[in-house]
Design a protein around this ligand. Structure first.
Ligand SMILES: *Cc1c(COP(=O)(O)O)cnc(C)c1O
Length: 355
């Protein structure tokens, strides 16, 4: 049976990414030696890093004065590296979900943290919009896509202080005005590559302003200076990331990707709104294009387990909702074909007919 991969992360990758990486694992760049078995300092691998950095810059239209880094440690290590490098006295955080909350918790170890707004009391079903960012904060931290709750900040915000964004689960899903951000980071395993590599896009001039000592490995300047080669970088995930970046470019770049993502999300949200059995959990204007959360309508609550079983029997994988929301979550990342969303919609319609 055909499987449709709606996993939230790690998640579906373009077929080319999987196939090309598999081939390179056996024979990298025609060297006759496998990708996992070469030095990261070879000319051939340096070319991979250089091309991946160049494609990041091209696809996201990154202005001069920014560096692109490939690090280890996941987005979760960035929760600590960001304040380590940027927080002198005070930082502002927008609390829009589990990950935003975790980021904020780490920052509290380094200085004063102002939570400018939170939707926690509403189980993070919306993105707060009325808040004031203190102008004496060293930076303002946001999570652009809330993977667990299915809400997303759809525009590039204006911030009077350095804007820092966790874009783990929506990077490359739409064009971004990078010039509005001081730092963007994310784990690669949602929309780019297998787990193991973390991307960081940082404006060089925001660094070097805190008075504390920073351990070498946690100092962004180390990795800028050594081009992500201070120590052994995650070679295989970086190679896979390059394949995804090439795939994105061939597809027509981020404008094209954004259009496809909107079509996919519209298709599923329309069905959620139309189908009498289901309802969405996130505020409409904040609905994520990447993680679509829905539950059974109140009068059909007892059908939840049945629908899950029915969907699984139709090839749907990974649609069980996160325990903090319940119901269902369909992750519609870049690599998920529209055909998969259509298959889920068909499944929902068929289930509706049976009830
Ligand atoms: C998955 C996720 C994380 C955690 O990433 P790790 O690489 O596992 O540390 C952080 N933020 C967001 C928005 C995520 O989706």
């Amino acid at each position: 049976m055909k499987k449709y991969n709606f996993n939230a992360g790690p998640s579906i990758l373009p077929h080319e990414t999987v196939v090309n990486t598999m081939k390179a694992m056996e024979d990298f760049a025609g060297t006759g030696i496998g990708l996992m078995e070469i030095s990261h300092r070879t000319k051939d691998f340096q070319a991979v890093v250089d091309e991946a950095v160049a494609l990041f810059k091209e696809l996201l239209n990154i202005p001069e004065g920014y560096s692109v880094l490939f690090l280890g440690g996941g987005a979760s290590l960035q929760f600590c590296m960001v304040p380590f490098n940027l927080l002198e006295k005070k930082a502002a955080y927008l609390n829009t979900g589990t990950w935003a909350n975790k980021a904020q918790k780490e920052a509290r170890l380094f200085g004063e943290v102002v939570e400018v707004a939170s939707s926690k009391d509403a189980n993070y079903t919306f993105i707060p919009k009325d808040y004031v960012i203190p102008t004496d904060a060293d930076y303002f931290h946001i999570t652009t896509n809330n993977t667990i709750f299915g809400t997303e900040i759809h525009t590039d915000l204006d911030s009077p202080v350095t804007l820092v964004a966790d874009m783990s689960s929506d990077i490359f899903s739409r064009p971004v005005d990078v010039s509005k951000y001081g730092l963007i980071y994310g784990g690669a395993q949602k929309n780019l590559a297998p787990a193991g590599v973390t991307f960081v896009i940082v404006k060089d001039e925001i660094l070097g302003k805190v008075s504390r000592q920073i351990p070498t490995m946690l100092d962004y300047r180390t990795h800028i200076k050594d081009g992500s080669m201070f120590n052994t970088p995650p070679v295989l995930p970086i190679y896979a990331a390059l394949q995804t970046l090439k795939w994105l470019k061939n597809l027509g770049g981020l404008e094209a990707m954004y259009r496809i993502n909107r079509e996919k999300a519209d298709l599923l949200y329309s069905e959620i709104d139309r189908n009498k059995l289901f309802k969405g959990t996130a505020a409409k204007e904040d609905r994520s294009l990447m993680n679509i959360c829905f539950v059974m309508n109140d009068e059909y609550k007892e059908l939840e387990a049945d629908f899950l079983q029915f969907a699984v029997s139709r090839g749907m994988v990974g649609i069980k909702g996160h325990r903090s929301v319940g119901g269902f979550r369909a992750s519609t990342y870049n690599a998920l074909p529209k055909e998969a969303v259509q298959a889920l919609v068909d499944t929902m319609q068929e289930f509706e007919k049976q009830h």
